[in-house]
Design a protein around this ligand. Structure first.
Ligand code: FAD
Length: 500
């Protein structure tokens, strides 16, 4: 980097998503005398509100998109810089932003999130959903759509196919059952009837996606555009905002142009072979197209031999960590999934550089009951812990891995059911000798417990089961449950009393 005027901060955090904001909040409150800077590409920041600790590891919260001034009012030692980081020089400890400025750091935390893994980079008919702007673009395109194809089997696809109305949805999943990232085939079977039934009327008032009317600063607006071009992303996504999170679809009407409530058909065990525009389709010599009289803006050919015409395709096949601007010119250890490897202090392989949230890959030796998933809760936990580690290291204090990394736990809603996932909820990485206990009441609840050598190591709870705290304790204390056998899930036994 050439010599320029450099403003140096004790702590610099990059990214205004949940990981970056939580990290900054932690640093600013723990070290009120230190200079802290938040550098973020988007004009808004994401803040955790209504945080509620439900049990030792389960937590629930809302997320608000706020103007950054709220943060600055709260923490006088914090400066917010609205520009994208273009490059990092770990040797001289400084970053360069898109508007040509340089900022030095003593300690840096990269929380730049991820972006949708798109099926096709420059195809205007392929949308990814990541942030508020891409969700609004999706809503706009959907309002004129008669048929869409959703590709992917993770949380976003699950939510989309359930929420979209007034439009045919073809859902292409690569697995034998839906929601494979979160459930087994039994749970999928439990949920499938909800796709066929009418959706219950929304009980809660609509939430807004954006909680401010603040106009972006000129630099911020510029950064937005520059960022979009630089990443060569999809037509719809600006890719510079923070990721959406729980309840992201509640603030927008996801309705197509037809009168139907919901019509979802699932294509199992297939991937995308090819995507054609209508012109390609007509001139294509491929003989596999399903004959339809109508013409569509785009056609998608699946590996099961079927081709569908549709208005547009939603690519919901996961995220790619936004690590490129930081990697170039440095020697970061990068994981197979493209994330920056971090150790049990959220430190990357470069000195004084930490990372948290979707951009990082947890490369420490995990507790046998925890795994990384790029989720809202983990972004908060990692950001919070990274802030604590940075502050502790700056004052040469020792710090131990936080308890939240002992047990994987996640609460969410799918198909209008409460879903709690604990530990190795899908038997991830377990030997074949593990046992499953299942209790299922159609339309009411699905409870699955995973036992390994008589100890509970994971659970999936769908519906209002009220079992989460008891099961969390049983998993954490690793008590031998062999004597209880199937009574563990006997609906006539009050399990909570049983283990009191
Ligand atoms: P992000 O929220 O992506 O924030 C990254 C920040 O970095 C942004 O502010 C961006 O502007 C900034 N940035 C990026 N590059 C740069 C750069 N070069 N310079 C400066 N700033 C930069 N999780 C759940 O737990 N439950 C859910 O129900 C759920 N639903 C979801 C629904 C959707 C549609 C999506 C997309 C995600 C969902 N997730 C959900 C996942 C969750 O949103 C993410 O795991 C989480 O938000 C990641 O937070 P983060 O802070 O790491 O990254």
């Amino acid at each position: 980097m050439e010599e320029k005027e450099v403003k140096t901060f004790q702590f610099v955090v990059v990214g205004g998503g949940i990981a970056g904001v939580t990290c900054v909040e932690q640093l600013s409150s723990q070290t009120p005398c230190a200079d802290v800077a938040l550098i973020t590409a988007g004009p808004h920041i994401k803040a955790v509100t209504n945080y509620r600790q439900m049990s030792r590891t389960l937590e629930e919260f809302d997320v608000e998109e706020q103007p950054s001034s709220i943060l600055q009012e709260k923490f006088p030692n914090l400066s917010v810089i609205h520009s994208a980081v273009r490059s990092l020089d770990t040797k001289s400890h400084r970053v360069q932003t898109a508007d040509g400025r340089y900022f030095g750091y003593n300690k840096l935390c990269i929380c730049s999130g991820g972006r949708p893994k798109l099926l096709s980079q420059d195809n205007p008919h392929v949308l990814g959903i990541r942030d508020t702007d891409s969700a609004q673009e999706f809503q706009k395109r959907l309002s004129n759509a008669r048929r869409i194809v959703v590709v992917g089997n993770g949380g976003i696809a699950l939510e989309l196919v359930y929420e979209v109305e007034g439009c045919d949805v073809i859902w292409a999943v690569k697995d034998k059952s839906i929601g494979n990232t979160f459930f087994d085939a039994g749970a999928a079977q439990f949920l499938i009837p909800s796709l066929e039934a009418d959706k219950p009327a929304a009980a809660a008032p609509c939430k807004r996606l954006r909680y401010t009317t603040e106009e972006p600063t000129p630099e911020a607006a510029q950064t937005f555009t520059a960022d979009r071009h630089s990443r060569g992303g999809s037509s719809a996504s600006t890719e510079s905002g923070s990721a959406l999170g729980p309840d992201w679809h509640q603030g927008i009407i996801l309705k197509g142009s037809e009168q139907v409530t919901r019509r979802v058909s699932v294509e199992y065990q297939c991937e995308v072979e090819n995507i054609f525009t209508s012109k390609d389709h007509l001139t294509s010599s491929q003989g596999t197209h399903r004959h339809e009289n109508e013409s569509w803006p785009v056609y998608i050919q699946l590996t099961n031999g079927k081709t569908f015409g549709c208005d547009f395709i939603v690519s919901a096949t996961g995220v790619v960590p936004n690590s490129e601007p930081f990697i170039n010119g440095n020697t970061f250890a990068v994981a197979e999934d493209g994330g920056l490897c971090v150790d049990d202090h959220m430190l990357t392989s470069e000195p004084d550089v930490y990372a948290a949230g979707d951009v990082c890959t947890a490369c420490w030796e995990h507790s046998p009951l925890w795994q990384q998933m790029r989720l809202w809760t983990q972004a908060r936990q990692m950001g919070w812990y990274a802030g604590r580690c940075m502050a502790a290291h700056a004052s040469t204090q020792p710090i131990e891995l936080d308890f939240c990394f002992e047990l994987f736990s996640h609460v969410t809603r799918f198909f209008n059911y409460k879903v709690v996932l604990l530990g190795k909820f899908n038997g991830q990485g377990l030997e074949r000798d593990h046992e499953l206990l299942v209790r299922c009441t159609k339309g009411h609840e699905y409870v699955k417990v995973i036992l390994s050598r008589g100890r509970m190591v994971g659970a999936v709870l769908i519906g209002e089961t009220d079992l989460e705290e008891t099961f969390e304790n049983l998993i954490l204390n690793q008590m031998d449950l062999t004597p209880y056998g199937e009574d563990l899930l006997n609906p006539n036994i009050d399990i909570e009393d049983y283990f009191d």
